[in-house]
Design a protein around this ligand. Structure first.
Ligand SMILES: C[C@H](O)CC(=O)C(=O)O
Ligand SMILES: [Mn+2]
Length: 344
């Protein structure tokens, strides 16, 4: 083991939020308690618990949750001894009222997510979160869609609005090494003296962990992961791999590597029906820059209309659809089915 003298980074585990996409939002209270107990015991400091699309996400368009978000947040808070419980909120989907209810249930970190060019819609949610005394984190989704300078300007808007950290969110798993690095550097330059910078990776091109290491080397101090990579698309950077890799690099995370590996293998793996995997659909998401949470929606449309999921995702990428436009997946599937019928 290398001697650890570098600045500590904070791992936020999103198994119980990004993993909700991969679980079709079917987490039970028992699963939430088991995962929180294991992560908390391993020393993970922040655990995110919400519907995959955040507070208020349970709906026809995004998929209904099995259990109410606030009930799961309360269970997570009850189970944790040291970890803070975070919630995600997409303005317009989740409201300030939802945030207050999550706060009343014990959530202490508010992560407010917007499309990478729409930071201004987060302002009232940051103000409300700060007023509630919550820690605030901004999430700039689909960060590959704009260049580093524009992304840094959006991060500035979030920080001026009350964000204490802003994440480069590689929602499509599309950022390739230097592309992640230059976005992190631009944010650190713009907001680094006032706020932290974070990185949220997806494994569609299998670069989540490598991009996270580059993010840390370029000044990111908060990094997201999920046990067994459980997340949308090919999943997130696996928490257990992140902590093992950072330990080998001499970067302290405060997380016990054996504890994280046990949490993945003994707690999460047994309830998974399918392990996140870079199959043709997920790779297409990274390659064509498609929002990872569109995967299951595309697979369902593929089955319903008899067209390949990867073809739907390729077209969705070409059209540039963003989170919230899940209904367009059906539209694309119908167009492909019509083309197929004309051709035959
Ligand atoms: C709502 C999204 O799933 C947030 C996220 O994790 C991402 O964009 O990636
Ligand atoms: Mn994600």
């Amino acid at each position: 083991m290398t001697e650890q003298t570098a600045e500590k980074i904070r791992i936020t585990d999103s198994t119980l939020r990004d993993g909700s996409h991969a679980m079709a939002h079917r987490f039970t209270e028992e699963q939430v308690r088991g995962v929180v107990h294991a992560l908390d015991s391993a020393g993970v400091e922040v655990i995110e618990v919400t519907h995959g699309d955040g507070l208020g996400g349970s709906s026809f368009n995004y998929g209904f949750s099995l259990e109410d978000d606030v009930k799961l947040v309360a269970a997570a808070v009850d189970e944790a001894t040291q970890a803070k419980i975070a919630v995600l909120l997409l303005p317009g989907l989740g409201t300030v009222k939802d945030l207050k209810m999550a706060h009343d249930a014990g959530a202490s970190v508010a992560r407010v997510a917007t499309h990478c060019t729409e930071a201004d819609v987060s302002l009232q949610h940051f103000a409300a979160a700060r007023e509630l005394g919550m820690e605030t984190v901004g999430f700039l989704m689909l960060s590959h869609r704009v260049g580093p300078e524009e992304l840094a300007k959006q991060a500035r808007i979030m920080v001026d609005g009350g964000a204490q950290c802003v994440y480069v969110v590689d929602s499509a798993g599309a950022l390739v090494l230097g592309e992640a690095q230059e976005r992190i550097s631009a944010l650190v330059k713009e907001i680094g003296h006032e706020a932290q910078v974070g990185f949220h990776g997806h494994q569609n091109l299998s670069l989540g962990v490598a991009n996270s290491v580059l993010a840390q080397q370029n000044g990111a101090r908060q990094i997201d992961g999920a046990l067994c990579a459980l997340g949308a698309g090919a999943g997130n950077s696996p928490t257990e791999v992140l902590v093992a890799t950072f330990e080998r690099l001499g970067i302290p995370t405060g997380v016990d590597v054996q504890g994280a590996m046990a949490a993945a293998d003994d707690v999460v793996k047994p309830f998974l029906h399918r392990l996140p995997f870079a199959d043709r659909g997920a790779i297409t998401q990274g390659y064509a820059g498609v929002y990872s949470s569109f995967l299951l929606h595309a697979e369902r449309a593929a089955e319903r209309y008899g067209v390949p999921a990867h073809e739907i995702l390729q077209k969705v990428g070409e059209a540039g659809y963003v989170g919230g436009q899940e209904d367009m997946i059906i539209d694309v599937a119908l167009q492909l089915a019509a083309e197929r019928d004309r051709a035959s």
